[in-house]
Design a protein around this ligand. Sequence first.
Ligand SMILES: [Mg+2]
Length: 398
Amino acid sequence: MSGIDASIEPKRIKEVRAYVVKGGGADYHDQSSEHWILGYIATPISIYPEYRASRASWGINILGSVVVEVESSDGEVGVGVSTGGYPAAWIIENHLSKFVVGKYVGEVEKTWDQMFKATIYYGRRGIVMNAISAVDLALWDLMGKVRGLPVYDLLGGPVRDELTFYATGPRPDVAKKLGFIGGKLPLIHGPADGIEGLRENVKVFKEARERVGDDFLLMYDCWMSLDLPYAQRLLSELKPYGLFWIEEPFIPDDYWSYGALANVAPPTLVASGEHESTVHGFRLLLELGRVNVIQPDITWVGGVTPMIKIAALAEAYGAWVIPHGSSVYGYHFIVTRVNSPFAEYIVVSPDATKVVPQFYPILRDEPIPQNGRVKLSRKPGFGVELNRDLLTRPFKPT
Ligand SMILES: [Mg+2]
């Protein structure tokens, strides 16, 4: 006896649908112009004066969100989201669907490998990986719904009762009052703003430290804006003020600057990886970059399926996995990993003072930190519902 009952026909996937949504959602940069996240923040492009004043000036908010539904033969629907808007929706409807329709529910490893290998010649990163992520998340959501289990149970079950959070935004003082364990400031000035800018960066951090006290984690997110000499000097000047981690100081491909910074950073941790993909990319970041904290975004890195490998790799390097944003899609993963001690909440209210759902208005029932904590429900899949009123399906097959 083989132990496999061939008479039980597994449910199969009959359709994949890709939608675009503008105005917030999975693309949390897609906000109105007065939102803090579009403001005067250091970026790799802010060396050019014409793209300095606002991140919207060079188009950070241009893509919008993509939403995927996968439907099984008996009408159960799984939902996934990512950034990528129209280009991602086109790729999903016209290419990725080929590897999803007809597969049985739960056949995620093979589906992911086929989607990745079929798009390597034009993909590997960015929009294509965002598109793969949205499909993969929808497949995990569907698998949970069909089996009647939350995704975290499909991943081995929770290792902690609830998640604790740090908050990303310009008001760590407010985050502390709201019950978060830490706050991460956006770095304002990059190398083009010279020594005055560097002093201002130190002053902003020092004042934040004075407001939150010594026992609150404080980080700086540099969003790929620095070079090695600047990052080394910034770290040295911030030593008296307890910088917990410096995040993404360099562009993702510059693993060697990360490695050089690792020599001088302790006790400050070096964090990066929100724009990295694949277990091979993270191997470079861990081996050459010697980062202490990796930050894959589950809605960008390819979904849950590659996260299993990436998190296992990080554990072998003694690194934490504190995923970027990702909301409920990240929470289901983080709660199952010993080396993910807490989670990120991106404060998406315009003035960074209120805790609101990160993917609003796409999802209903999206959990948000209450007193800095989330206890996940036992609803099947990711436990959230799609707000279908907002959806446009631009590339529906005819
Ligand atoms: Mg970041």
